[in-house]
Design a protein around this ligand. Structure first.
Ligand SMILES: Nc1ncnc2c1ncn2[C@@H]1O[C@H](COP(=O)(O)OP(=O)(O)O)[C@@H](O)[C@H]1O
Ligand SMILES: [Mg+2]
Length: 299
């Protein structure tokens, strides 16, 4: 897969504090890349460097296969739509008036701003003043501004921050829709839940360092799912030295990898333990993340 964003040892130091520490980002074309990390882990600083809003202390950035530097900047940046930190927009103007400013600044057509407003489902609220918008509507207007010029990459910093579950769901559906349209989306969050189900590639930051980067599937492979064994004789399972908890109808074995699972099933079968069913339980992304970080609860 081609990388739309690639960085090599990207680093940002403020005085003696390293906010972003030797990041090797790889955002594949067409992905929804979930950029996760607790507050203060360096997400916004990284995104600002990618957009040329602040310069790296060390390291390189490649966008669409070309090095980002003062010369390439003006050619590369128009292909990127972004929203960093708070959503933009003037409160005393309507959504539509804000979009007209964007239209005039970027030389867009009315059709482009109509399309952007309808994509974020603000058409019916276009004449309302932005200060009367809900936070979710403000975030969506910010996304409309970012997509109006038809970028091939969107960089969105915490667009779900502070939204209620319905608002989060709306943004999630919107970003997945944009990805289907062929736009690569890099989206940050400090909450795993907000990114779960939306991102197909994850980059997890902790204190400026990347502690995981890859697909959700790979993250799940790192994780140790629970195993549920249905049996009429839980004691027989425990008698085989299996570290399990009794439940109704069987036992649960927590955190067990595939090799251990195979060995255990073999042992139980040899011992003639009656087993109706064995299944691994699909974990939430949060559980997988916790396993990866040794359940230290980084987020
Ligand atoms: N302009 C700045 N000057 C000094 N320190 C900064 C500046 N911007 C960010 N930081 C520090 O860098 C670290 C990362 O911040 P940030 O990138 O905003 O994290 P996140 O977006 O993940 O919450 C934090 O410790 C923050 O205090
Ligand atoms: Mg931030």
């Amino acid at each position: 897969m081609t990388a739309v964003i690639k960085t090599h040892a990207l680093t940002k130091t403020f005085k003696n504090h390293t906010a972003v520490d030797a990041l090797d980002l790889n955002v594949p074309e067409g992905s929804v890349y979930g950029f996760l990390g607790p507050n203060g882990s360096g997400k916004s600083t990284t995104m600002k460097m990618l957009l040329g809003l602040t310069s790296p202390t060390h390291g390189e950035i490649e966008l669409f296969g070309r090095e980002l530097n003062p010369t390439s900047r003006t050619e590369l940046l128009p292909a990127i739509g972004s929203m960093i930190e708070a959503p933009p927009g003037y409160g005393h103007l309507s959504g539509e008036e804000n979009m007209r400013i964007v239209r005039d600044m970027l030389g867009l057509s009315n059709a482009q701003i109509d399309y952007a407003l309808s994509t974020v489902r603000l058409t019916e609220h276009r004449t309302k003043l932005v200060r009367n918008y809900s936070l979710g509507m403000k975030q969506r207007l910010g996304i409309a501004m970012a997509i109006a010029r038809g970028p091939s990459l969107l960089v969105l910093d915490e667009p779900t921050n502070g939204l209620d579950p319905a608002g989060i769901e709306e943004i999630r559906n919107l970003l997945v829709h944009l990805a289907h349209e062929g736009i690569t989306v890099m989206v940050s969050s400090h909450l795993l839940d907000e990114i779960d189900k939306m991102a197909n590639v994850l980059g997890i930051l902790s204190q400026g360092r990347m502690i995981f980067q890859g697909t959700r599937e790979t993250l799940f492979e790192h994780s140790l799912p629970d195993l549920i064994i249905e049996t009429p004789d839980p004691e027989a399972v425990l008698a085989q030295g299996v570290d399990a908890t009794k439940t109704q109808g069987g036992v649960v074995v927590s955190g067990i990898n595939k090799t251990e699972t195979a060995e255990m099933i073999h042992r139980l079968a040899v011992a003639n333990v009656p087993i109706f069913e064995v299944r691994r339980v699909q974990q939430s992304l949060e559980d997988a993340f916790m396993d990866l970080t040794g359940r230290e609860g980084l987020l």
